[in-house]
Design a protein around this ligand. Structure first.
Ligand code: MG
Length: 114
């Protein structure tokens, strides 16, 4: 499915349930933040090696939480009139300028420190 199709399916799911009344951009931003915290919760108190070992077991729950994040990202973008495909393409182009491969390959520095 393309982003537009996914967004339409999400909107249809929401609108069939008459939930738009609860979806001011402020509420959607809070929901997105909560879902992102649920991603973190899966890794809470675990070392990176534990996470690596347990990833096959965590994968399904992680997918669910990432899907919850995507749900709110696409819903909020749609409600705010943002074309996420265009926004992502624009952001990737900006990042490519900020982080030229020849300057940043293998380095984890912020672009201002390159
Ligand atoms: Mg969730």
């Amino acid at each position: 499915m393309e982003i537009q199709e996914i967004t339409e399916a999400i909107r249809r799911f929401r609108d069939e349930r008459d939930w738009k009344q609860y979806h001011h951009p402020k509420d959607l931003a809070m929901a997105l933040s909560i879902e992102a915290a649920e991603v973190l919760e899966l890794f809470r108190f675990k070392s990176t090696s534990q996470i690596d070992t347990e990833m096959p077991k965590l994968k399904e729950a992680l997918g669910h939480e990432l899907a919850d994040c995507l749900y709110f990202i696409l819903l909020m973008a749609s409600d705010c009139g943002i074309d996420m495909k265009q926004a992502l393409e624009q952001k990737m182009a900006e990042n490519a300028k900020k982080y030229p491969v020849e300057l940043c390959r293998g380095k984890n520095l912020k672009y201002t420190e390159l």
